[in-house]
Design a protein around this ligand. Structure first.
Ligand code: EPS
Length: 417
């Protein structure tokens, strides 16, 4: 089973991701991986940290001569800012007798909770003495490691004909009006790359920027909504047979685990709850040439998932991000450990990280999809996986003919390479 873990602190030496279960024989396009990392650092509203970092993925395990070996992948994304935090974040014991070291550590100690961040529950949970120990790991800096993992998963998805893109559809209550339902994903990607808010609607981009700027002036922060779209997914990823195999549940878990994401929606999930069934379910029609499947649909309210399985339509996942809790205008809070009244701690942060979140959510959806592909089609090597996917696609294309027969389907033999 495909799985990953990350480790590392926001101002520690490096972030680390271990991605286990990628088949052998997947070529890794390092430029594309680094491009995903670069785009996570972009977007209007990001803090000064992004000027310090130039995130790149350093593969230190599982890849040889540009191709995966089947062993776990180990990926480092180093923190350049580490140089400024060597004493504060030192792994080995530091010399507390040195006044210089003492001063640096004291200066970075965090003694006031930020409401909405992990500070308060994390401090209790691990009996911390310095809230920094919570901040360092709860920080959204960790998402750089997730994006590296997601980018590898995107390489796998690409190899089996699946394309994934993300775009921003709302920031601080300002909606983007770009209609993407009938748009080719390459076009969506192009428009996203032209917008500082990663939004396909240029007018909305400008309005969003104004709103981010005024939030910044007021010492405030803004959230928003991002959408991930995927085309080319085979019918039947995930399963209706068991609760934890349903792909919508798996995607929701992956996306909801992203820092600051507070709601996940598949298709028109929210609005569908107030509409009659006749306006919700996507009627079926005979094949049209575009799908390569023996059926077609005129609508996609379901967002590409029925019964916990992909259904051949475009996958549509929305993630709702709360505003970042670190604000110059600190909320009423408490000091730690005295629990006396204080305003919340502030340190350098983003005003709005919704564009960055779109890249992270795309990474998490890509991971969930790559895992579902490998769950269904298996394969220790990409040759096995690709062969199984194309044999199944062939079956799906011809299902209209074969299902009318009483005999088992005649699946054409795959050519050996
Ligand atoms: C982030 C790096 C962090 C924050 C931000 C995301 O860098 P620093 O704390 O050094 O400024 O800018 O983290 C948060 C929003 C958060 O709440 O922790 C990054 O690389 O994405």
């Amino acid at each position: 089973m495909l799985r990953f873990l990350t480790s590392g602190e926001s101002h520690g030496q490096t972030l680390v991701a271990i991605l286990d279960g990628i088949p052998a024989g997947l070529s890794i396009n390092i430029d594309r991986v680094n491009e995903e990392l670069r785009s996570r650092q972009q977007g209007y509203g990001r803090g000064a940290r992004q000027k310090i970092e130039t995130d790149t993925a350093d593969f230190v395990g599982g890849v040889r001569h540009g191709t995966t070996t089947g062993a776990p992948l180990a990926i480092l994304v180093r923190n350049r800012d580490w140089d400024n935090w060597r004493h504060v974040m030192s792994v080995s014991a530091v010399d507390f007798d040195s006044p210089e070291v003492q001063e640096q550590i004291k200066k970075k100690e965090i003694t006031r909770f930020r409401p909405g961040h992990a500070d308060l529950p994390g401090t209790f949970k691990f009996r911390q003495k310095d809230i920094r120990d919570v901040l360092e790991r709860a920080s959204a800096r960790e998402t750089a490691a997730r994006v590296a993992v997601g980018a590898v998963c995107q390489e796998l998805l690409r190899a089996v004909g699946v394309k994934v893109v993300a775009h921003v559809i709302e920031v601080g209550g300002i909606p983007g009006n770009g209609q993407v339902d009938a748009m080719h994903l390459d076009k969506v990607q192009k428009l996203v790359s032209e917008s500082e808010m990663f939004c396909v609607d240029p007018e909305a981009t400008e309005k969003m920027k104004v709103s981010v700027k005024s939030a910044w002036q007021e010492g405030d922060s803004l959230g928003g909504v991002v959408e991930v779209l995927a085309d080319g997914l085979p019918v039947g990823l995930g399963s209706y047979t068991q609760w934890d195999l349903k792909i919508d549940g798996q995607i929701a878990q992956a996306v909801m685990s992203t820092q600051a994401i507070k709601a996940v929606e598949i298709g028109d999930g929210v609005n569908n709850s107030s509409r009659p069934g006749s306006q919700v379910h996507d009627a079926l029609y005979p094949a049209d040439a575009s799908t390569g499947l023996p059926f077609s649909r005129k609508t996609n309210h379901a967002g590409g998932i029925e019964g916990g399985m992909t259904n051949g339509s475009r996958l549509r996942v929305r993630a709702y991000m709360k505003p970042i809790p670190t604000m110059r205008r600190g909320l009423a809070s408490l000091a730690f450990p005295s629990f006396t009244a204080e305003t919340a701690h502030y340190e350098r942060s983003d005003v709005c990280a919704v564009p960055a979140a779109s890249v992270v959510v795309k990474a998490m959806v890509s991971f969930a999809l790559a895992r579902a592909i490998l769950d269904k089609f298996g394969g220790d090597t990409m040759i096995d996986t690709e062969r199984a996917v194309s044999a199944y696609s062939e079956y799906c294309r011809t299902a209209a003919v074969t299902s009318a027969k009483t005999e088992p389907a005649d699946v054409p033999e795959m050519e050996l390479e």
